[in-house]
Design a protein around this ligand. Structure first.
Ligand code: SAM
Length: 197
C-alpha cells in the first residue's frame, strides 16, 4: 500500500500499471448463477440478480425509463417491438419525451448495437431524458459522454460460456437546460436489427 498515492485506485493491482488515469472506483463484480429463469424466448431479459441489484439502488418514488424496455418489471417500458406490449411504442434513439422527464434511465440494448456512433447517440438520447442517472448494461464498455460521469461500474458474470457484461452507472452532471437534442438521423432503421430478425 502506498500511502502517498493521490488516487487510491492507483494502488490497486487490478488497475496499477495502466497508462492514463485509473478509474477512481475500480469495477465491482456481480456473479449470477447459471440457471436462467423465465421463458426461453425472452433469454434477453435482465438476469434476475442484475435487475434486483439495479432496483435496489433506485429508491422508491423515483421514475425510471427503460428505452429498450423488453419485459422489464419496473418503470416505464419503451420498445420498438409491439410484441412485448411496451408502455410506449417508440425508438430508443428518438425518445418522445421532453428533456429531464425521468429520474433514471436504464439502457439494455441488443448486443447488435455495438458501433461507437450509435452508442454515443443512444447515450445522448438517454441523457436527454434523465435527471439523475443513466445505466448501461452490455458486453461493451463505454466511456461517458459530456454531461455524464461514471459513478460506479461492475463486471457481470451472467453464466458459464457467456460473454461478460458490464454494468455502468453514470451520474448526470449536465445542468438541466444543457441537454443535446437526440440525433434521430434514421437510427431507427439502421439500428433496429432486433425487430428485423
Ligand atoms: C436486451 S432486450 C431488453 C430486455 C429488458 N432489459 C428486460 O429485462 O426484459 C432489448 C429490447 O430492445 C428492443 N429494441 C431493439 N431495438 C430498439 C429500438 N431501436 N428502440 C427501442 N427498443 C428497441 C427489443 O425489442 C428488445 O425488447
Amino acid at each position: 500500500m502506498n500511502p502517498t498515492a493521490a488516487n487510491p485506485a492507483d494502488d490497486n493491482p487490478i488497475v496499477r500499471g495502466t497508462r492514463g488515469p485509473a478509474p477512481k472506483n475500480p469495477p465491482g463484480v456481480i456473479w449470477c448463477c447459471n440457471r436462467r429463469t423465465g421463458e426461453p424466448r425472452y433469454r434477453w431479459q435482465f438476469p434476475r440478480k442484475v435487475e434486483y441489484f439495479i432496483r435496489r439502488q433506485i429508491p422508491d418514488g423515483y421514475s425510471t425509463l427503460h428505452p429498450f424496455g423488453g419485459r422489464a418489471k419496473w418503470g416505464i417500458r419503451m420498445d420498438i417491438d409491439p410484441v412485448v406490449k411496451p408502455d410506449v411504442h417508440a425508438d430508443a434513439w428518438q425518445p418522445p419525451f421532453p428533456a429531464c422527464s425521468f429520474d433514471h434511465v436504464v439502457l439494455d440494448p441488443p448486443y447488435t448495437v455495438c458501433r461507437q456512433p450509435e452508442i454515443r447517440a443512444v447515450l445522448t438520447a438517454a441523457l436527454w431524458c434523465a435527471r439523475s442517472s443513466v445505466w448501461w448494461f452490455h458486453t461493451i464498455w463505454v466511456p461517458p459522454i459530456p454531461g455524464l460521469e461514471v459513478e460506479n461500474s461492475w463486471l457481470v458474470r451472467v453464466g458459464s460460456y457467456a460473454a461478460i457484461r458490464v454494468l455502468i452507472k453514470f451520474r448526470v452532471t449536465a445542468p438541466a437546460g444543457f441537454r443535446k437534442q437526440p440525433y434521430g438521423r434514421g437510427t431507427r432503421d439502421r439500428c433496429n436489427h432486433w425487430s428485423q430478425q
